[in-house]
Design a binder for this molecule. Sequence first.
Ligand code: ADP
Length: 247
Amino acid sequence: MRVVDTARRGEVTIRDLSKSFTLNGRRLDVLRGIDLDIRGGEAIAIVGPSGCGKTTLLRVLAGLEEPDRGDVLIDGAPVHGIGNQRAVIFQEPRLLPWLTVAQNVAFGLEVRGTPAARAADRARHYIRLVGLAGFEEAYPRQLSGGMAQRVGIARALTVQPEILLLDEPLGALDAMTKLTMQEELARIWREEGVTMILVTHDLEEAIFLADRVLVMSKDSASPTRLIELDLPRPRDRSTPAFVALRR
Ligand code: ADP
């Protein structure tokens, strides 16, 4: 079992969070009155039917959308907008095609003002961590889908976030690559000690990767519900039960 740093690093508190959109003049309540506590270093997965608001919640947590009401607190302090504590991994890594792997990974740090040499060092470290040593000078067009997504993961980790937000990160990959990448994500989560919030359609992936799996559902009139699945304990991903579950 992994020992989590207890200094509340990466603890997320969501209070009475609501978000609506206006579409063709009509108001669409997507998130309503969400309360959720996530411990620092915990891995949680959110599953649920298409359109129930999973991505919207992740985008609000990332600071890419402003909530209408409610608060997101990280380690007890309210956050607004994007910030260095959080990094997002999307389904498509959206690499810059004119930059090499190393430059793509270092880019996020450089725009945050890290000197180029330091950014390059850190980028090299995370490129190795995701298993892409030797591909630093390759261009995105020379990579497979799985490799490109590894670059996306390295790019997110390079800013050393406390919280990693993943929106269907493996959704575009073939079945075999997906399995390998699930192992990779589990290892990275263990080694980096980040809080991980994963949105996925894949219940098996959710059960494999997360300490807690929350099923999101909503009808138009009531608050958003996040119901926790009853998962086998202990949540040690190396137990035979887990390995069996994945076959
Ligand atoms: P999920 O990730 O669970 O599939 P989303 O969070 O993507 O759901 O979307 C929830 C609802 O919010 C959908 O009905 C979607 O059409 C709507 N929605 C999401 N983003 C916007 C937006 N920027 N403008 C208008 N409607 C949106």
